[in-house]
Write a protein that binds this ligand. Structure first.
Ligand code: DGI
Ligand code: FE
Ligand code: FE
Length: 193
């Protein structure tokens, strides 16, 4: 693995709690495996997987302060649901703090929680890897989604969004309009991966 990735891995070990660090390694390697299967760039997948939750372990207050510092504009929905902030903030920290200039990597971090219409192959890979990495065990039909991810990225994206929307409805959490919009985009055929 290249030196930048090894260096950032040490930093993430300090920045994240134990569970989040193990999850991060799971996402990093799962994203790399998906990149191998679907002919995407493995180093971009490793890097985006490694940094995708880099803003996750800050308190809500600290996340808001960091958004101010880095001029991250939040939607009203993100202000009301701070669990969502770490994706957009993570992309900005990857760029400004960890000096990742590859916009494709930062984009994959930015949309890893809700997805987005018209995702690139790398975006989809990180979105899926976050859901299926081996430490995840709570979601329904995970085995099915894991097999599908190595066959068809768009199919896996649809299954994940469908289950996430069901889960959010069950837990009476408010649905981010972006999660809904992304589901509708891909269920209508989206762009093929
Ligand atoms: O950061 P991870 O735990 O690895 O996973 P993630 O980035 O997918 O974030 C999951 C969190 O995001 C979880 O607390 C549920 C929340 N979430 C995802 N989509 C929505 C959402 N919360 C609301 N309220 N609405 C959404 O559409
Ligand atoms: Fe996340
Ligand atoms: Fe994650």
């Amino acid at each position: 693995m290249n030196e930048i990735i090894l260096h950032l891995q040490h930093i993430m070990k300090k920045k994240l709690d134990e569970y989040r660090y193990e999850h991060t390694l799971g996402v990093m390697y799962t994203a790399a495996a998906l990149a191998m299967k679907h002919k995407a760039d493995i180093n971009q997948a490793l890097l985006a997987g490694l940094l995708h939750d880099c803003a996750k372990c800050y308190s809500d207050e600290k996340k808001r302060l960091l958004c101010d510092k880095y001029n991250v504009t939040l939607s009203q929905f993100e202000i009301d649901n701070p669990a969502l902030i770490h994706a957009k903030l993570g992309a900005v920290l990857a760029n400004k703090k960890y000096e990742i200039e590859d916009e494709a990597v930062c984009s994959a971090i930015a949309c890893h929680t809700t997805g987005a219409p018209g995702m690139t192959k790398l975006d989809k890979i990180v979105f899926i890897a976050d859901y299926i990495e081996p430490h995840r065990n709570k979601a329904q039909r995970l085995d099915d989604i894991r097999y599908t991810a190595f066959e068809n990225l768009d199919e896996a994206v649809i299954m994940i969004l469908c289950d996430t929307l069901d889960y959010l409805k069950d837990t009476t959490k408010i649905i981010d309009p972006m999660t809904q919009k992304t589901y509708e985009y891909y269920i209508k055929g989206g762009r093929k991966s």
